[in-house]
Write a protein that binds this ligand. Structure first.
Ligand SMILES: CC(C)(COP(=O)(O)OP(=O)(O)OC[C@H]1O[C@@H](n2cnc3c(N)ncnc32)[C@H](O)[C@@H]1OP(=O)(O)O)[C@@H](O)C(=O)NCCC(=O)NCCS
Length: 345
């Protein structure tokens, strides 16, 4: 039984036979490594300037994990904070989903390593890979398990050590990315509509725009492939930019349409933190006001799957999101992949 207040928008989940069940974010947490790499530091490493990076991207600094600090370590710290805030024990987690493109190793999954570090012995655990869109994809997967009553408490994490796949001699890419992790705990909360909708999209025709060609079965690590730099991230920046703006706009528009919410009703927009110019273009097209957006890319750069997860946590801790507020998450990444989610907090 629920005692949901009447709203002037429909909950698409309720309409599809999920009455009495919602998927809410019970708590969030995040972690970023302590080492700060500023634009001034990068000026000493490659042919770039603070002015170029700031004006083209909005990024001023990013965090870099220690040599012995891995994606699972950052994910675990973000998760521990979320668990503490939700007043839950690790043993209460039913499922752990980690979204990452920088797993500790190809297998076992980073989620299993996080499970071990947390002591979440009851949980099933697996990774998903949707690049920078991973956190929303993981939220949507988690929601399906909550709505179907398969699980009650799900830990969703976006975590990356992108510094491990960056060519630190390539100025086109090394200025853009950083490390970190964000976590959310999903639960059925009868007094909230929770996650109203999440939509996802992909276009494998544009896989080449942003990729890491080496390390898989197509190009295993050999001395030749290592020497050719095939184990570093590659990107066509201009094309990626255009696709990001278009895909984020259509994903956000579709998510808002599905729950009959107008952009003016959104209290806080959490966009993927890749480039301030992408965020500006997307919010302009959506008709959003600058004060509706939450931005932290100046401090962290693009942390891929961790990006919106960290930003969501920081927005909540900063008081930008209060109980009952409508929040719009919108992401874009390699694949190509994209997605958007509307949440009643
Ligand atoms: C990468 C990006 C910032 C480049 O900005 P841009 O305005 O498109 O810049 P351009 O590609 O036109 O490059 C302009 C020039 O700056 C140079 N340049 C690139 N990186 C530079 C750097 N760090 N410092 C100084 N100059 C740089 C280029 O070599 C180019 O020089 P050229 O004209 O002599 O060839 C931008 O394309 C971008 O953000 N793309 C999307 C990236 C993204 O979001 N990726 C992740 C998606 S999840």
């Amino acid at each position: 039984m629920t005692n949901l207040p009447e709203r002037d928008f429909k909950n698409p989940r309720a309409e599809h036979g999920f009455k009495g069940r919602t998927c809410s974010i019970a708590a969030v947490g995040s972690y970023v490594p302590s080492k700060v790499l500023t634009n001034a530091d990068l000026e000493k490493m490659v042919d770039t300037t603070d002015d170029w990076i700031t004006s083209r991207t909005g990024i001023k600094a990013r965090r870099i994990a220690a040599a012995d600090e891995f994606t699972s370590d950052m994910a675990t710290k973000a998760a521990q904070l979320a668990l503490e805030r939700a007043q839950l024990e690790a043993s209460q987690i039913d499922l752990i989903i980690v979204a990452t493109i920088t797993p500790d190793m190809p297998f076992p999954s980073t989620a299993c390593l996080v499970q071990q570090k947390l002591g979440a012995y009851r949980a099933a655990a697996f990774d998903i890979e949707a690049a920078c869109s991973g956190f929303i994809f993981a939220l949507e997967i988690g929601q399906q398990f909550i709505m179907s009553r398969t699980y009650d408490t799900i830990l969703v994490i976006g975590a990356e050590k992108l510094s491990s796949i960056i060519n630190w001699k390539d100025r086109n890419t090394c200025v853009l990315f950083g490390d970190g992790a964000g976590a959310a705990i999903l639960q059925n909360r009868p007094d909230s509509h929770g996650l109203l909708t999440a939509c996802m999209g992909s276009d494998g025709n544009k896989a080449d725009l942003l990729c890491l060609p080496g390390g898989g079965c197509r190009m295993p690590p050999t001395p030749d492939s290592l020497a050719a730099g095939n184990h570093y991230l590659r990107m066509d920046g201009k094309e990626t930019f255009k696709n990001a703006v278009n895909a984020m706009c259509s994903a956000a528009t579709e998510a808002l349409r599905r729950c009959e919410v107008d952009i003016t009703q959104i209290k806080c927009i959490i966009p993927h933190q890749a480039n301030l110019r992408i965020i500006d273009a997307v919010s302009d097209r959506l008709g959003a006001k600058p004060e509706q957006r939450f931005i932290n890319l100046d401090r962290y750069g693009n942390t891929s799957a961790a990006s919106v997860a960290i930003a969501l946590d920081e927005a909540v801790q900063a008081g930008r999101i209060q109980r009952g507020d409508l929040v719009l998450l919108v992401v874009f990444g390699a694949g190509l992949t994209w997605g958007a989610a509307v949440i009643e907090w």
